[in-house]
Design a protein around this ligand. Structure first.
Ligand SMILES: [Zn+2]
Ligand SMILES: [Zn+2]
Length: 548
């Protein structure tokens, strides 16, 4: 039994792993990650599927733990090559199918719905779907019954004992698996640095109710993740208690609410909804807007509202905007800008730093200890986290009695083998970041690195002409820069650079070099050497040395 970690170990995002036995493979999750701000022009980041695609004939299925994008968002880039049945809860598959049909891929695929607690033969394994609570309904942990023993994959989870749909994590099943003997536990490390227990989702409803009750005359605009159906339910419930009408704003909010109502996971009568166009017909105190964009996404509803770009509604003094969310690392700046613009428009803004209007969907140390205690695994590998989260999670497992011999810190690309009740490292596979850029699709990282250099250090253009017969420069070496500062020192540096390149070219010509490509390389190297070593600049150098 072998496990290959393809993403999510060392970052929050692009979760994906492959479970392999007797040459057959089952994939668990295929997620995407959002780029950092300095990854200029990158829209999405995927796992590296090279290893998987080389073995596509051996893949039997894709199993989804839950419907979040960091677990399902890479499907559309995978299923074109690996067309196998996709397993998951009705809501998980509903979200995935919606995304895939946007990309016109859903029709040829087979989606297999599983119920809570169900156990199914999938490829070489028996896979059991154990209900867990998380920030999206119908999430599952997995118990994978393999020839090497039972492997428990926590999925993304927290142990919410007061979930608003009453569907609790199945702690007793986890404990029963512990009694049977679990050879390996793989568990969510996102909040492993945080002591205590993650507050229940129902605590957010209470905070929202207080915020609403204090503002009966104001128009309420609440932003949250569109997939967070329970949050949406609580916002709607609080708004309806005050007799407000509900307006949904944002494409994914409308689509997800529709799907969740169809699956009976969101309970609200259609009479309570109004169209966005009609918001202005109501008094502020009669309306609650539920919208997307809580992460500051520039094209989402909240950012449009903050900039005054929404066609049917302008945010003003009578509005209170609630960000029922917490910025994902990397999004703080965009969220800050949206909050600023909302203030500029005159709105009052309430976020999780001011009122407890958000609760995480991930287990803190208290719940992680509870999981260890219930499952009592023989071996443990932390997953789903940045490196420090996984280190803290491993240390927590040690403090719960596991010896270092029975834990492994793995990263993307690592393979482990499970046999004879033990785990050991079994190799490495390619696992670099895979970039998606708009219509261009997948690209390698070289242009991204160049864009970073351009952004930070600008570009230098070098041109000169060479008389091949006489072996001399026929014109002075011309250098110009883009994105440099117009300062005395930069001008001097540029002139010195021209001199340096001239000397390098002349030396090359003296040595008999006439080849245009070789001379360009000489100039390039001389420029790079001087800029990099002497001035610590990584400007992009464009050489045009012409040989006549
Ligand atoms: Zn996740
Ligand atoms: Zn999740």
């Amino acid at each position: 039994m072998r496990i290959t970690f393809l993403g999510g170990l060392g970052e929050i995002g692009r979760n994906c792993m492959a479970l392999e036995q007797d040459g057959r493979i089952v994939i668990v999750d295929a997620g995407l990650m959002f780029p950092e701000p300095e990854m200029y022009g990158v829209d999405l980041i995927l796992p590296d599927f090279t290893w998987l695609l080389e073995r596509r004939d051996r893949v039997d299925a894709i199993v989804l733990t839950h419907g979040h994008e960091d677990h399902t968002g890479a499907l559309r880039y995978l299923v074109g090559n690996v067309n196998v049945p996709i397993y998951g809860s009705a809501l998980t598959l509903g979200f995935a199918r919606h995304r895939l049909s946007e990309a016109r891929l859903a029709r040829e695929l087979s989606f297999i719905e599983v119920a809570d607690g169900e156990r199914r033969r999938i490829g070489p394994f028996d896979v059991e779907f154990i209900p867990v609570t998380h920030s999206v309904p119908s999430a599952h942990a997995l118990a994978i019954h393999s020839a090497a023993g039972i492997i428990v994959h926590s999925g993304d989870f927290k142990f919410d004992l007061m979930p608003i749909d009453g569907r609790r994590s199945d702690l007793s099943r986890l404990a029963a698996l512990g009694d049977e003997g679990v050879v390996l536990l793989l568990a969510d490390s996102t909040n492993a640095e945080e002591p205590g227990f993650t507050p229940s989702e129902s605590s957010v409803g209470a905070a929202l109710r207080r915020v609403f009750l204090e503002r009966p005359e104001r128009r309420m605009v609440v932003a949250c993740f569109a997939s967070h159906i329970h949050r949406v339910q609580q916002i709607i419930d609080v708004a309806l208690e005050q007799g407000r009408r509900i307006a949904l704003m944002g494409r994914s909010m409308e689509a997800n609410v529709k799907l969740a109502r169809k699956l009976n996971l969101l309970h609200v009568d259609s009479a309570h909804f109004i169209d966005v166009e009609n918001i202005v017909r109501y008094q502020p105190g009669e309306v609650c807007v539920v919208c997307t964009g809580s992460q500051g996404e520039p094209l989402a509803a909240l950012a449009k509202l903050s900039r005054g770009d929404q066609r049917f509604m302008k945010v003003a003094d009578e509005d209170t905007v609630v960000l029922s969310s917490h910025p994902i690392p990397g999004n703080e700046w965009s969220v800050g800008r949206v909050i600023d613009d909302l203030h500029r428009a005159g709105a009052e803004v309430i976020h999780s730093g001011v009122e407890p209007v958000h609760a995480s969907g991930h287990a803190r140390q208290g719940e992680l200890r509870t999981l260890q205690q219930l499952v009592r695994p023989a071996n443990f590998v932390p997953i789903h986290g940045e490196y420090r989260h996984m280190v803290h999670h491993r240390n927590l497992a040690h403090s719960m009695g596991l010896t270092p011999r029975h834990t492994l810190l793995c990263e993307d690309g690592d393979q482990i083998e499970v046999s004879g009740g033990a785990i050991r490292r079994a190799g490495e596979v390619p696992a670099g970041l895979h970039y998606i850029v708009g219509e261009a699709g997948e690209i390698d990282d070289r242009p991204i690195e160049e864009r970073r250099m351009l952004a930070e250090h600008g570009a230098v253009q070098v041109s000169a002409g060479v008389d091949a017969q006489r072996g001399v420069l026929v014109s002075p070496v011309r250098v110009s820069a883009r994105g440099w500062f117009d300062t005395e020192s930069d001008r001097k540096l540029l002139a010195a650079l021209g001199e340096e390149i001239r000397e390098a070219l002349e030396k090359g010509l003296e040595a008999g070099e006439r080849d245009e490509a070789a001379l360009n390389k000489l100039a390039q190297r001389a420029a790079g050497r001087m800029l990099g070593q002497r001035f610590r600049r990584q400007s992009v150098v464009l050489c045009a040395i012409a040989v006549f």
